[in-house]
Design a binder for this molecule. Sequence first.
Ligand SMILES: NC(=O)c1ccc[n+]([C@@H]2O[C@H](COP(=O)([O-])OP(=O)(O)OC[C@H]3O[C@@H](n4cnc5c(N)ncnc54)[C@H](OP(=O)(O)O)[C@@H]3O)[C@@H](O)[C@H]2O)c1
Length: 277
Amino acid sequence: MNWGVWGAKMTTQQIAQTIEASLEAGVYAFDHADIYGGYTTEQDFGDGFAASGVSREQVVFVSKCGIRYPSEGATHSVKHYDYSAEYIENALEKSLRKLQTDYIDVFLLHRPSPLLDPRVAVPVLEKLRGQGKIKEWGVSNFTPSQLALIGTEGTPHWNQIECSLTHTTPMLDGTLDFHQSHSIGTMAWSPLGGFFKEPGAVQDRLEPVIHRMLEKYSCTVECLLLAWLFRHPAGIIPVVGTTRVDRIQAMAKAHKIELETEDWFALTEASWGHKVP
Ligand SMILES: NC(=O)c1ccc[n+]([C@@H]2O[C@H](COP(=O)([O-])OP(=O)(O)OC[C@H]3O[C@@H](n4cnc5c(N)ncnc54)[C@H](OP(=O)(O)O)[C@@H]3O)[C@@H](O)[C@H]2O)c1
């Protein structure tokens, strides 16, 4: 989302180099959505990938479909969600073409929609899986009840949700419990949360607690924020949005940090602004 025109506007060469450097650091999965960059970033990434020395088998591509919004070349005027069979199939074909690949490893329905009918969406996803065009399918931003509803037709492999030290809701509203009890994998978007993006009271409370721990764990702030997520038993996979190779290299080691229980709660308490009951 951040590598293309919505963010760093990387050149083809820079994308190729960043993919190669990610692989060297042990990061091999890349998150996409058709809409990123106003439907342009998958193509930019695809060009960069083709220019890299990395083979398709070495990497995992995640992509998403379903959000339609007015942009260049689009005929509609109202932002909306579309989970018709025809739209899902067409969106996948476009993503495959832009990413220059025969298959997508994980294909997600980007946002829940009141008009999403699991009896329509799940069979088409299963058909695409049967054809080998996707390896696994999942959803994104789904609540437990929405997961239960789509689960009447088939269990998603993944739910990609917003989750971080500054956005702990999924740990409290039953979302992660549902993932764990139904073997649904968790990907966390914006895993660094508001720490760098939203200066304010939460950041002010977290700052001294985090800085006290940096020496103890010999890591960067980003790594500590990820270590907090890794400590949760749901096996959360952070979808990191950095555009910098040095941060990718550092964060690739964050899973090795074993945050002590008391430190986990110290960070949580600082985020919430109160002790646990
Ligand atoms: N499923 C969904 O609905 C959904 C929604 C939103 C996003 N996503 C996915 O999640 C990914 C990550 O989202 P995100 O970018 O919000 O996540 P993030 O990883 O929490 O934040 C990344 C941002 O933090 C900055 N950052 C990292 N370390 C920093 C530091 N030490 N100081 C200052 N800034 C720092 C990065 O800047 P640098 O580039 O300079 O490191 C980047 O702008 C997206 O790329 C997208 O693939 C999915």
